[in-house]
Design a protein around this ligand. Structure first.
Ligand SMILES: [Zn+2]
Length: 287
């Protein structure tokens, strides 16, 4: 009996081994439980707020850029009152923003009271922006003392950048000119946010002049997503900046006037067919 079992065992092993070598495609591929395609690849969810306002979320971290403003001129998109109230008082889904960034003090990007109220209602949130924006909040938000410890002014010199890390969120602030004339004195900041293994660029109302971007070498950064005012996509100087000095993998056009969105989208799609246009407030995209 023992001999029979031994022979049977040898036969089973021999048949198995033969099948293994003759028909390797029948062998199941190894499965690694818990394996990911790279630890840093967490999905990044982007919510369009209004005008140039975007909320970037990934891996439990949230960054809001230019998302706290009010009605200024009808040409610029702004949240309806109920939604604005929700974001200003940090109600869900706006209750978990870690970092509030503002590109510049113009009222289609920022309202001092809106920013102050958000920081007051979400005691975990922080504001990092230019000296000018911080001064506006200090001057115009009555409860500034309650939030001042969570406010940081960072204004790098012209065409330079600073690297920062707040609450585990890495980002860079770039100083980009808003232009000449009445805009010459405006401190305009660009931002590179590193979240979910991706690099997201927001440039505020940067001037399209090539010298504004040339020195920063953003084309070497491998920017995944660039939020760009639509006029970069529709004007020749801005198009050169995109192609030679930013080279983003994905463009999301912002600052699109509600009354002219159809015309703007048709125009920008001619040269950048893959670009996304943000026109529907609170729409979401995941990358
Ligand atoms: Zn502006």
């Amino acid at each position: 009996m023992k001999r029979l079992l031994l022979v049977l065992g040898i036969v089973i092993i021999a048949v198995g081994a033969t099948a293994y070598f003759l028909f390797p495609w029948t062998n199941p591929a190894p499965v690694y439980v818990g394996e990911t395609t790279g630890a840093s690849q967490t999905p990044v969810e982007i919510t369009y707020i209004a005008n140039e306002g975007v909320l970037i979320s990934s891996g439990g971290k949230q960054v809001l850029i230019d998302g706290l403003h009010r009605e200024y001129e009808r040409a610029y998109a702004f949240l309806p009152p109920a939604e604005r109230e929700k974001i200003e008082t940090a109600k869900a889904p706006f209750d978990k923003i870690d970092l509030v960034l503002v590109s510049h003090r113009h009222l289609d990007h920022f309202h001092p009271e809106s920013v102050g109220l958000y920081l007051q209602h979400n005691p975990r949130s922080r504001l990092v922006s230019s000296q000018q924006v911080v001064e506006e909040v200090e001057k115009n938000f009555k409860n500034y003392d309650a939030i001042s410890a969570r406010v940081t002014a960072a204004t790098p010199p012209s065409k330079e950048r600073v690297t920062m890390k707040i609450d585990g969120i890495e980002f860079e602030i770039l100083r980009l000119s808003h232009g000449t004339g009445r805009h010459a004195t405006i401190q305009n900041l660009g931002h590179i946010i590193k979240l979910g293994g991706k690099k997201l660029l927001h440039i505020g109302d940067a001037d399209t002049a090539i010298e504004n971007f040339a020195k920063l070498n953003l084309d070497e950064e491998q920017i995944d997503i660039a939020f760009l005012p639509f006029w970069f996509l529709t004007g020749s100087e801005g198009q050169t900046v995109i192609r030679d000095h930013i080279k983003p993998k994905q463009i999301i056009a912002v600052h699109i006037s509600p009354g002219e969105s159809e015309k703007t989208i048709t125009q920008m799609k001619q040269l950048f067919p893959g670009a996304v246009a943000f026109t529907t407030m609170l729409e979401k995209r995941t990358y």
